[in-house]
Design a protein around this ligand. Structure first.
Ligand code: NAD
Length: 492
């Protein structure tokens, strides 16, 4: 199967294009060949989006929203199929894949609802017989660049608000996970979304991504991926005066206080650290534990980790699937070595798994280090794999300081039963998302998603906040006095 671009409502012909293989990370088998597009392909998609946008912006927002309702309904019908494709190309276990598809469905309904809101403001004018209001105006053609770890959810976080707000877009999915983009494009086609509103251009970040950012007719770039890539995009986009929304890396922590329900904390840690094999931007990779419960937590974590079954995510009995590719395995392995060299104590895991069928895929053993120093590389850098670092602290103040010591600020969590501590923590934890008595993952689509510091640049996906990325505020004054009224002058 060859995956070609979807531009202006048409699937591109092969036309001598280059392709690269898409592999199932669970077993190394080839799933498809995906096109490596050129800058000419990008130009074609931008042109289609530009032409379509003029008409699309004039379609009433509730009508634009009707397409999202139709998309949501087809996603519901196809939920199991989409989930299976997702697991095959990305590796996450099928239960989590179903959850991710559901997130896309939820986002479709939520943003469809925005078609009848898109609230602006009406305010009183300071002058007589004058009316004042603000409206959200579409921006134009937007460029979406997404990672492989949430191949459908993140695409819906970006494309659905863009659509309802009256923009058109071109989307470059990650080369590792183009099949979800192909599936979503087929749904756009099925609901007869007008030609050119949604365009998908497969290919590398360096060629396709760069061409999107540099194209003068692409007004907004919405990116999710690593902080390193995002920084480059911000630099290049800044030179072209683009509006750039960045959602990037994390080094998220769970704080376990001395008054915590330790068993509940163990459940939260396992789910947050090892779900999606630790490859969530919100994955828990640090556990900041009060010294009086450290031994108990270590013992319970090691014990519970024995129950984590590892293997192909398509098999319902497995709790943890593979990581995305060999490069990722090598990166995780190198951080485990760094941890050992830094003097951390390895309590569990710490190796690539190669028993039987696992040898054909990319499997890493769930790994637990303790006695990790808060400022070590193991505790500061994003690993993006199933590795937890336990850091001991003596107080809530120290726990918050350690949490805030990293360059990222996406998600944090605290397990405690003391309401005073909880309220101080939610105020002082410097992250875009804070959980209380839950793990670091589990965002719902109707609140803003994003982070502080090196995780973002002030924008948010999800919730009403996402509309800020895809709209411009327009202030409108209507003077019906029949005279020239000068604000600040004639009324003072
Ligand atoms: P990545 O940065 O390697 O790639 C992300 C996307 O950017 C891909 O589509 C890639 O092809 C493209 N890209 C690469 N180089 C580019 C360039 N020079 N110009 C334009 N585009 C380019 O990230 P990844 O490995 O796919 O994903 C993992 C990272 O994503 C982690 O750091 C994770 O924390 C982060 N992430 C963040 C969030 C969030 O919302 N904060 C969500 C999911 C993942």
């Amino acid at each position: 199967m060859k995956l070609n671009n979807y531009i202006n409502g048409v699937w591109q012909e092969e036309g001598g294009a280059d392709y690269t293989a898409v592999l199932n990370p669970a077993n190394g088998k080839e799933l498809a060949q995906v096109r490596l597009s050129t800058t000419e392909d990008v130009d074609q998609a931008v042109e289609a989006a530009k032409v379509a946008q003029k008409k699309w912006a004039l379609v009433p927002a509730p009508k634009r929203a009707d397409y999202l309702y139709a998309i949501a309904n087809i996603m519901i019908e196809k939920k199991e199929h989409l989930s299976q494709v997702l697991t095959a190309e990305m590796g996450k276990v099928i239960e989590e894949a179903r959850g991710e598809v559901q997130e896309g469905i939820d986002m479709a309904f939520y943003m469809a609802g925005e078609g009848r809101r898109l609230f602006g403001q009406t305010v009183p004018s300071e002058l007589e017989n004058k009316f004042a209001m603000s409206v959200r105006a579409p921006i134009g053609v937007v460029g979406l660049i997404t990672p492989w770890n949430f191949p459908i959810a993140i695409a819906t976080w970006k494309s659905f608000p863009a659509i309802v707000a009256g923009n058109t877009f071109l989307w470059k999915p990650a080369t590792e996970t183009p099949m979800m983009a192909y599936e979503l494009a087929k749904i756009f086609e099925e609901v007869e979304l007008p030609k050119g509103v949604a365009n998908i251009v497969f290919g590398s970040g360096s060629t396709v991504g760069t061409a999107m950012i540099e194209h003068p007719d692409v007004k907004v770039i919405s990116f999710t991926g690593s902080t390193e890539t995002g920084r480059g995009i911000a630099e290049l986009g800044g030179r072209h005066l683009k509006k750039i929304s960045l959602e990037m890396g994390g080094k998220n922590a769970i704080i376990v206080m001395d008054d915590a329900d330790v068993d509940l904390a163990v459940e939260g840690i396992l789910w947050s650290a090892f779900g999606t094999a630790g490859q969530r931007c919100t994955a828990c990779s640090r556990v900041i534990v009060h010294k009086s419960v450290k031994a108990e937590l270590e013992q319970k974590l090691v014990e519970s980790m024995k129950s984590l079954t590892i293997g192909d995510g398509a098999d319902e009995s497995n709790k943890i699937g593979p990581v995305i590719n060999k490069g990722s395995l090598d990166k995780i392995e190198s951080y485990v070595q760094i941890g050992k060299d830094e003097g951390a104590t390895l309590l569990a895991g710490g190796s690539i798994l190669t028993d039987g069928d696992l040898a054909n895929g990319n499997y890493y053993a769930p790994t637990l280090f303790t006695d990790v120093k808060w400022d070590s590389r193991l505790a500061q850098e994003e690993i993006f794999g199933p590795v937890i670092s336990l850091i001991e602290v003596e107080s809530l103040e120290e726990a918050i300081e350690v949490n805030n010591s990293v360059e990222f600020g996406l998600s944090s969590a605290i397990f405690s039963r003391d309401v005073n501590r909880i309220f101080r923590a939610q105020r002082d934890l410097d992250t875009g998302i804070v959980y209380v008595n839950a793990g670091t993952t589990g965002a719902e689509i109707h609140l803003p998603f994003g982070g502080t510091k090196g995780t973002g640049n002030g924008h948010r996906d999800s919730g009403v906040a996402a509309l800020d990325v895809y709209t411009e505020w327009k202030a409108i004054y209507i003077d019906y006095s029949g005279t020239l009224q000068r604000a600040q002058i004639d009324n003072n």
